[in-house]
Write a protein that binds this ligand. Structure first.
Ligand code: ADP
Ligand code: MG
Length: 317
């Protein structure tokens, strides 16, 4: 199979919402109305972000999903993507499954693949996603205000707990692992939530490096602090069995790969956010508030300070 045959077979799909899609030297994209383009790139490297024998369907899913998560965190509607892929060999079985996983997410979120690059090399997947948002409504990290409530979607830590199991740091039962694994392998980008939060939230971030690290980015960009109640952090039934262990706490606070949204909003929006939560059938939990000052203070149920090390994953530390 030649490079061009490979692209044609596995990565060329109709892109009716692009002026020009795969097949020319560049794609041509037109945003609608007064919207601006939101552009984001994420790379997944074999051995760093996934095991080289990872299920290709799940990998295809995750490769696009983590990029759409960035659109969600900006309040942007994802529209198009490009895919740069380095492959050790052109395994048709692998390509078939990978592209099926990728396009299943693309279809679910109305995203069109409009270009990319294909080379031979150590397995490496890089997606750039293009979305649209009215400039004034984009959810920037710098938008938090003192007094805002801090919210998170879904539950925290399951992806890290599943990964800890795969690494042999903890042993989950079969059913516990089955309950946590989807968070690790098939994260659901919170695109509908990002759109619903336009005009309501002041800022948002997706949790890819752990709550503390990512909330920390909001606080740094907004030059503010936060007070968070550990007992209010939303966790799954499986995680509730591990929350007392240091490893459980670490997964909840510093575990990566959750791809939930953390956002802040004025207290007057509290009821509106609860309405969004039930409309989307997605738990949204208020976990604390934004305060003047810097850094994040966390308290346990009795009000005692918890010493938090606000370190998420850092590739170079
Ligand atoms: P060029 O040499 O002009 O960069 P390429 O030969 O790399 O073009 O690619 C041919 C066409 O196929 C281009 O439109 C490119 O965007 C597209 N393409 C290449 N690889 C991929 C891929 N993995 N997924 C989607 N489109 C791709
Ligand atoms: Mg090229």
């Amino acid at each position: 199979m030649s490079e061009f045959e490979l692209i044609r077979r596995y990565f060329s799909r109709a892109a009716p919402n692009a002026l020009l899609g795969v097949g020319d030297d560049a794609a041509l994209l037109q945003v609608s109305g007064d919207n601006v383009l939101a552009v984001s790139t994420d790379m997944l490297v074999s051995g760093t972000h996934f095991y080289s024998d990872a299920d290709p369907f799940l990998l295809g899913h995750k490769t696009l999903a983590v990029n759409l998560s960035d659109m969600a965190a900006m309040g942007a509607a994802p529209r198009w993507a490009t895919l740069a892929i380095a492959l050790p060999d052109a395994s048709e079985v692998w390509l078939e499954r990978f592209s099926a996983g990728f396009f299943s997410v693309a279809q679910q979120y109305g995203v069109e693949l409009v270009g990319g690059d294909t080379t031979r090399g150590p397995l490496n997947l890089c997606v750039t996603v293009f979305g649209e948002v009215p400039a004034q409504l984009a959810l920037r990290r710098s938008g938090a205000n003192a007094g805002d409530e801090v919210w998170v979607s879904g539950t925290l830590g399951d992806a890290a707990l599943a990964l800890a199991h795969l690494r042999g740091e903890i042993v989950l039962s079969e059913s516990e692992f089955a309950a946590c694994a989807p968070a690790l392998h098939q994260p659901q980008p919170r695109v509908a939530l990002g759109l619903a939060l336009r005009g309501m939230a002041n800022c948002a971030i997706d949790i890819s490096d752990g709550l503390l690290a990512d909330l920390g980015h909001i606080l740094d960009a907004s030059q503010l602090g936060a007070e968070i109640d550990f007992a209010r952090l939303p966790i799954s039934p499986v995680m509730s069995a591990y929350v007392q262990l240091p490893l459980g706490k670490r997964c909840i606070l510093s575990g990566g790969d959750d791809y939930e949204l953390c956002f802040t909003a004025p207290a007057k929006c509290h009821a509106g956010i609860k309405v969004v939560s039930s409309r989307l059938e997605l738990p949204l939990t208020c976990i604390g508030k934004v305060v003047a000052g810097r850094g994040c203070v966390m308290r346990d149920a009795s009000g005692k300070l918890i010493n938090v090390e606000a370190r998420g994953y850092d590739h170079f530390r």
